[in-house]
Design a protein around this ligand. Sequence first.
Ligand SMILES: Nc1ncnc2c1ncn2[C@@H]1O[C@H](COP(=O)(O)OP(=O)(O)O)[C@@H](O)[C@H]1O
Ligand SMILES: [Mg+2]
Length: 362
Amino acid sequence: MVRLDGVTKRFGTVTAAEDVSFALHQGEFLTILGPSGSGKTTVLRMIAGFMQPTAGTILLGGRPVSELPPHRRSIGMVFQRLALFPHMTAAGNIAYPLKMRGFPRAEIPERVERFLALVQLHGLGDRRINELSGGQQQRVAIARALSFEPDLLLLDEPLASLDRKLREDMQLEFRRIQQELGVATINVTHDQREALVMSDRVIVMDGGRVQQAAAPQDAYRQPANRFVAGFIGVTNFLACTVLEAREGEADVQIGDHRCAGRSAAGAEAVGRTADAALRAEQVLIGEAGQPIAHADMLVPATVTEVIFEGDRVVYAVDAPTLGGASLRIFDHDPLHHKTRRIGETVTIGWKRRDLMVFPRDA
Ligand SMILES: Nc1ncnc2c1ncn2[C@@H]1O[C@H](COP(=O)(O)OP(=O)(O)O)[C@@H](O)[C@H]1O
Ligand SMILES: [Mg+2]
């Protein structure tokens, strides 16, 4: 469907995208995930043909985008600012691209009804845009982008301005519609949850470069580098020294403790400073001086912060023997319903395979 090869975009001295390559297959939902300024919109705008790469090529259906005139590009788009026509009805907005593309007049009302139903706005076609809620307007924008059945759907943070509950509902809604139509989709977001929930594949960008391209589970479980580990999920980083490196594993010294973990680093990393990463939900918390079921490592700690969030308790703890590190812990505790107190002495622990070692400057 779409193929980018070595795509770079410079604005004067700013390199917005550098050597970006990936392919999108028929029916696939791909999300470009990255912080603000990482080059996501730039990549999307080049795919849409709104601007030319400084270097590299972009193919749509095997042909260079630049050779296709805009009306021949079969692309639907939804942006953060929806750009709906406020003076028109919902139906009028959805019909607009059909008229522009010369669909037979007689077919348009039936098609508009079909797409209103698809986004669950059946019967609301006569409402003006300003008579619809934020979520309903979002649905009109989706229907308008899809009504001419494009080959490709491009989404640039269309959910960013919605409140959390609605945003989470719309993520599932988008996914349902996309799967129902089977339209190849590229979604851009800075929201890691959205990327994990919606996508077949995630491309993580930082500083204009692709940091990792992977299925959501893999980006979460096997982050390619320290940036990805820190951007997806809440992750504790502990300074360490590499003592020994084997195939896919390493022993590191963290403060007073020798710890084993997963590592992509080779033997050349031995003796070097590295970051040991532990996700907040993979640090276990238990009674002082007691073992913790399933934990391979046990370390004494003191609770410094307790935040009750309903479905979980968030702790901050200090661990003097981990080089004085402070760690964040998510405790979902479905069994004990026990909340620790500030100042309480506890044991923290983790499984050896949950510790990930990332060499610095690699
Ligand atoms: N038209 C432009 N002129 C100059 N710099 C730009 C332009 N568009 C984007 N940039 C710069 O390129 C970088 C990437 O921007 P953008 O693609 O919008 O990032 P994102 O969508 O990930 O927030 C930023 O540093 C931004 O300031
Ligand atoms: Mg952007």
